[in-house]
Design a binder for this molecule. Structure first.
Ligand code: ATP
Ligand code: MG
Length: 266
């Protein structure tokens, strides 16, 4: 069996083939010992690991495993998953919204890391917990999905009252900037969580579009577990990317890019 493992800051993503079929599984990073025990119990396996926690995982393995730089693994995995979707893009930006956000330009079959942002999936969980006490990711995204950001965020059109704004009025002028002092005590969890998702999604897409312009590509491929079961984040990122002038693409199983790419090293 060929196994690729991307051990990230929050989740461990595992990709492997079973009877020729590609399988995907993920575990919280707290279960890294369980993942190691599973790998240790495999017969005739070839394993390649990547991600920030790959050193910890390797130290728990009692068999040899290859190691791959995370950004290269992700690049290869994205190409594989694009092929699987029958897409033919060759030049694009990859924005990986993991615990943090990492941005890469792919041109001439090479990836260059352009930068990133500390605002990512970790921010989504951390701020949500601080503001509402909700800790479970699935619950956060479900509640956020039914919240409105109207009382929390300030839009450009709200500032340009009675006047045509010089930039799209629907852009957010200030996340969490809508005179909160008047409504603060009465804001619901749903409203606050929707605003957190908005803050993360708009920050991620804004820096991505700027990076895409910097390396002269139009398509931005978004990956990372932050988008799992999270239609609101997808919607924010999709609409904001289009509003700011680029083309978004969400990769099927994109959160497994690093794990799939690690498999290709074997
Ligand atoms: P990094 O690449 O930054 O080291 P990572 O690879 O662990 O981190 P991902 O797995 O791509 O990052 O994404 C982690 C994010 O996915 C979390 O911060 C959270 O927002 C979201 N997420 C999705 N499902 C879960 C889950 N079951 N538990 C915790 N977070 C989840
Ligand atoms: Mg990662």
């Amino acid at each position: 069996m060929i196994v690729g493992i991307d051990a990230g800051g929050t989740l461990i993503k595992v990709a492997y083939t079973e009877k020729g079929v590609l399988q995907f599984v993920k575990y919280p990073v707290a279960e890294i010992e369980k993942v190691a025990a599973w790998v240790n119990g495999l017969d005739n396996s070839k394993v390649c690991v990547t991600g920030g926690k790959s050193g910890v995982l390797l130290s728990l393995l009692d068999k040899k495993a290859k190691e791959m730089v995370e950004f290269e693994a992700t690049h290869h995995g994205v190409q594989f998953l694009l092929d699987r979707m029958k897409r033919e893009e060759k030049e694009y930006l990859v924005t990986n919204v993991g615990t943090g956000t990492s941005i890469h330009c792919i041109q001439s079959n090479e990836q260059v890391r352009l930068g990133g942002s500390g605002v990512g999936g970790g921010t989504l969980i951390g701020l949500s917990r601080l503001l509402t006490g909700v800790t479970d990711f699935e619950e956060i995204v479900e509640l956020a999905g039914s919240g409105s950001r109207d009382r929390v965020d300030l839009k450009v059109k709200h500032i340009y009252e009675g006047k045509e704004p010089p930039i799209p009025g629907e852009l957010t002028a200030s996340n969490f900037g809508n005179h909160l002092f008047t409504a603060c005590g009465e804001l619901t969890k749903e409203e606050l969580l929707a605003a957190v998702v908005g803050l993360v999604g708009e920050t991620v897409s804004t820096v991505s579009v700027q990076a895409a312009k910097q390396c002269d590509v139009d398509i931005i491929i978004y990956i990372g577990s932050s988008f799992i079961h999270n239609p609101l984040l997808k919607e924010v990122v999709e609409s904001y990317t289009i509003l700011r002038g680029a083309t978004p693409l969400f990769l099927e199983n994109g959160e497994f890019s690093g794990a799939v790419g690690a498999m290709s090293e074997i």
